[in-house]
Design a protein around this ligand. Sequence first.
Ligand SMILES: Nc1nc2c(c(=O)[nH]1)N[C@@H](CN(C=O)c1ccc(C(=O)N[C@@H](CCC(=O)O)C(=O)O)cc1)CN2
Length: 300
Amino acid sequence: MTAQIIDGKAFAATIRDKVAGHVARLKADHDIVPGLAVVLVGEDPASQVYVRSKGKQTVEVGMQSFEHKLDVNTSEANLLALVERLNGDPAVHGILVQLPLPKHLDEDLVINAIDPAKDVDGFHISNVGLLSTGQKSMVPCTPLGCLMMLRDFHGSLSGMDAVVIGRSNIVGKPMAQLLLGDSCTVTIAHSRTRDIADVVRRADIVVAAVGRPEMVPGDWIKPGATVIDVGINRIDAPEKGEGKTRLVGDVDFASASRVAGAITPVPGGVGPMTIACLLANTVTACCRANGLDEPEGLTA
Ligand SMILES: Nc1nc2c(c(=O)[nH]1)N[C@@H](CN(C=O)c1ccc(C(=O)N[C@@H](CCC(=O)O)C(=O)O)cc1)CN2
């Protein structure tokens, strides 16, 4: 069997088109322009790329982008003061603090200082609680993107066996909540899970989010299963030349794609959906803030 490739890059483009349509209607009907503020502390090269891409895509769909770049040594008080200012700014409907933060800053403290209604990352403890109790919340972008791809591919997910590999707060746990919300039978596997290969082999849906390059081999995958690979790992690629690198996922794509029914590639799978869902969350936050109907198909 050769798996069907789920093209996240193409799907993300359709999400951005929908977002752009909603943004245009908000402007035409209500004279409202959604605004997204992105805060970057320090100069981590990958974070700089992601933040630049977020700003560019925000403007491309017609929204306002506010970029705040702080020195790597910025104090917690300084960062919290900025968040407070953005909380009170009516032009800002979404706030995102790019992670990871430098070690001297307390990520939980900073995230929980964001107004939950503007928390377009869905990381604030209030949104975590709302999601886990099945209430309306802001939903973390990467798991939301995975859910959208799964719904698009399968239609209903009801009754399917899903295994999420990884228990992080930003992907594994919210992913499990979303799959549960769509009536999957959900298992979270992690580094201490016994007989993990057998656990994964039971799954109709596998979401791999561990951050370990090519950890999941094809013989862990049930024939015909759908595999969503969240991992983005840069590894050495001597075959491309001295000092060269390449991106791989948490799944061994070559062997898994011979067994799975469908699989997301890395790059070009989940990654592009993360930023598309950030734009979708910003429109959602803007509509909620203004008491307007939420865009359909852009939320969980
Ligand atoms: N506050 C947040 N911080 C971080 C998040 C997040 O959702 N909120 N997620 C990641 C980084 N991230 C967005 O911020 C992100 C990662 C990857 C991609 C992406 O499109 N990847 C491409 C490959 C890019 C490359 O060549 O390096 C792909 O997979 O095709 C987008 C966004 C951590 N921090």
